[in-house]
Write a protein that binds this ligand. Structure first.
Ligand code: ZN
Length: 243
């Protein structure tokens, strides 16, 4: 049976406490980084931004369409005005003047249609702008919500980072007090294969690692073992430290 100084064995429990704390901090930080609430807020923000971008695209297209509709109305109005001026001066044959009058009627009907179309486009611009206002507000809300959650998380991560650094220092100090590389190596090996717990105290007749009661025969053997014997739990295999 391997041996180690009893005080080194007891310090192994302190080392375990530090390692357990470090594992807990790592686990908490990992959970925070993959927080589903933040992921959902991120998703909402991304979707709101996409809807706002779509609304902006529609506003741009509607405004372009409005400019084109205005130009079309303007063009016909100019032609009507020109024809009217020619008609007013009365120059040209009566046949020409009749043709001009006829064209003005046709152009006026065309202008009326174009003005109706222009009105429809103005309504499109209005509703596109309303959609843009709405989606911009929703985006701002979603971004603010995400920012608030992220801020809380980052503050907690900074706290954990501080705790992590302190635990690392404390662990290094404990490790300095265990001048037994073989004992530490056994502990590390057990820790990696036993859910992070390589050593446990013997609590009465129970293993503090697996929490199982030791059978009387094993218990008697452990109690009879020399103080510097490194004993192991027969159930889980962890190092058992007697107090
Ligand atoms: Zn055990």
């Amino acid at each position: 049976m391997p041996t180690a100084r009893p005080d080194h064995q007891r310090r192994l429990l302190d080392l375990q406490a530090r390692d357990t704390a470090i594992d807990r901090i790592r686990h908490q930080a990992g959970a925070l980084r993959s927080d589903p609430e933040i992921a959902a807020a991120q998703e909402r923000s991304t979707q709101a931004t996409a809807r706002r971008d779509e609304a902006q695209t529609e506003v741009n297209a509607a405004e372009e369409a409005l400019a084109a509709a205005e130009a079309a109305v303007e063009q016909v109005a100019t032609r009507i005005q020109r024809n009217q001026q020619r008609l007013d001066t009365g120059t040209g044959s009566s046949k020409d003047l009749t043709a001009l009058q006829h064209e003005i009627v046709t152009l006026s009907a065309r202008r009326s249609d174009l003005e109706d179309a222009e009105l429809a486009v103005m309504e499109r611009v209005e509703s596109a702008q309303a959609a843009l206002d709405e989606t911009t507000a929703a985006t701002s809300e979603a971004t603010t919500a995400l920012g608030a959650l992220t801020e809380v998380r980052d503050a907690r991560l900074r706290e954990l980072s501080g705790e992590f650094d302190r635990e690392k220092v404390a662990r290094a100090e404990v490790l300095t007090g265990i001048d037994d590389a073989a004992l530490v190596a056994t502990y590390e090996k057990l820790r990696s294969s036993h859910d992070g717990v390589g050593v446990a105290p013997l609590q009465g007749s129970r293993c503090g690692g697996c929490m199982l009661e030791l059978n009387p025969k094993d218990l008697a053997a452990i109690r009879a073992a020399a103080d510097d014997a490194v004993v192991r739990c027969e159930e889980c295999g962890r190092i058992l430290v007697r107090s």
